[in-house]
Ligand binder design. Structure first.
Ligand code: FAD
Length: 407
């Protein structure tokens, strides 16, 4: 079907949305929305007021539901009992999980696709499949005191010693280490043919030589902590090396791409919740005899929020769909950075406006806007700060040109 535009040229008619989630993704969206609304959101204030902790039976029920849904294996191949969902379906899941505060959506660990591609059969049995079954939990130890943005500059070392490696170094912000059974640690090889190259290792949490140096408090109130660890001559069997010596950075890039997309999805979910709550509040809060939603200043804030959310959501869905289409990896890398940058900054702006709309109530910890205002801040920092995302995007633009990045 075609029609004419003002110049008389034929243009294709667009009868429906250009981008609509496929039914499989919408089914996940509905399922996760029900879980989040019924089993997670009701516990947010309890978590906030109790250092992120929930009663054990509640936590167990949430974990059991996540396991029943198969969430630990959403990215895992079917031949290993995973769900092998498309990236778009995974984005639909994480968008819903983003609607809840206090990281209550972190009720499962995930066995990622890259693990099945790079781990040995023994590692898959010992570390990866137990994650799928909800029996064991991992944490990632990459960042150090002197190297966060500059991962290349890590100083932790792995030195071959017979059938083992000896690991030395200090790791910061090891999220979830208080619930984890093992670390996935990145170190630089010392000595040998691959001296200076990066490598990843599985390290059992109780190994001799591992010491927790501190467990700092952070802005958010989460049950998962982010402690600092020292690894002093920690002996790790060579069989715990993930992939080959020198593979470390390539795995990091793979999970940065996925994680950046999922952060964007969570930020979209958070913004959606904030907009819904702020709109409902503005419609019923009476000031000077009228709902504040009647004031143009409030309307403008809400209008900016929903406009920016729409843009971020379309970007996120499109970048996920590009993954599923098998787009060029370098282009995807830049697009994931754009999506993470835009969605995380958008969500922070939305949270700031939501606090303003709620007025004094928005500054109370029992208020969703107050919690998101603190919690969303880290999305501009972890998995690459906004500045690092801009560097990646700019480098991509200078190398591949505008068309190479966004067509
Ligand atoms: C709550 C939390 C949880 C975390 N969880 C984990 C985890 O589980 N595992 C893990 O390994 N790490 C984790 N991190 C670490 C996180 O990934 C790093 O904090 C992040 O990458 C930034 O590194 P940095 O803190 O060292 O900042 P820095 O690298 O010191 O950066 C400081 C500032 O300088 C800017 N900057 C740096 N380089 C450049 C440049 N080239 N150009 C322009 N500006 C630049 C940055 O954007 C930033 O504004 C976590 C962090 C936090 C806060």
């Amino acid at each position: 079907m075609s029609r004419s535009n003002a110049t008389g040229a034929a243009v294709a008619a667009v009868d429906g949305p250009i981008f609509e989630l496929p039914e499989a993704a919408r089914a996940w969206q509905r399922k996760m929305r029900g879980f989040v609304d019924e089993e997670l959101i009701p516990w947010e204030v309890e978590a906030e007021l109790h250092g992120g902790e929930l009663p054990a039976d509640v936590r167990a029920r949430q974990r059991a539901t996540a396991l029943t849904f198969g969430l630990p294996g959403m990215d895992a191949p079917r031949e290993h009992s995973g769900l092998a969902l498309s990236i778009l379906e995974q984005v639909a899941i994480y968008e819903q999980l983003g609607r809840v505060t206090n990281a209550l959506g972190w009720c499962f660990s995930e066995a990622h696709r890259w693990m099945f591609e790079s781990c040995s059969a023994e590692q898959i049995e010992r570390y990866v499949k137990p994650i799928l079954r909800g029996e064991r939990h991992e944490c990632y130890a990459i960042t150090e005191a002197e190297s966060g943005s500059d991962v290349e500059g890590i100083q932790a070392t792995a030195r071959r010693d017979g059938d083992d490696y000896l690991i030395d170094g200090e790791k910061w912000y090891v999220t979830g280490a208080n619930h984890a059974d093992f670390f996935i640690l990145q170190a630089k090889l010392e000595g040998g043919r691959n001296h200076g190259a990066h490598a990843l290792f599985f390290i059992e949490a109780g190994s001799p030589g591992i010491e927790m140096l501190s467990n700092p408090l952070f802005s958010h109130t989460y049950a998962s902590h982010h402690p600092t660890y020292r690894f002093a001559a920690v002996r790790v069997p060579a069989a715990n090396l993930i992939g080959r010596e020198g593979d470390g950075m390539s795995y990091s890039y793979a999970w940065f791409r996925r994680e950046r997309l999922m952060i964007a999805a969570r930020c979209c979910g958070a913004a959606e919740r904030l907009i819904d709550e702020a709109t409902a509040f503005a419609s019923q809060r009476m000031v000077s005899g009228q709902p504040i939603a009647q004031f143009q200043a409030i309307q403008f804030m809400l209008a900016d929020c929903v406009t920016e959310l729409w843009a971020a959501r379309l970007m996120t869905y499109e970048a996920a769909a590009a993954h599923d289409r098998g787009a060029d990896l370098k282009t995807l890398h830049a697009r994931c950075s754009m999506v993470k940058l835009y969605a995380s900054e958008m969500a922070n702006r939305v949270a700031d406006r939501a606090v303003q709309i709620f007025g004094g109530r928005g500054y109370m910890r029992e208020n969703v806007a107050e919690r998101f205002f603190r919690e969303l801040r880290v999305d501009r920092i972890w998995e690459g700060t906004s500045e690092i995302q801009r560097l990646i995007i700019a480098r991509g633009l200078l190398k591949r040109g505008r068309a190479g990045l966004i067509g």
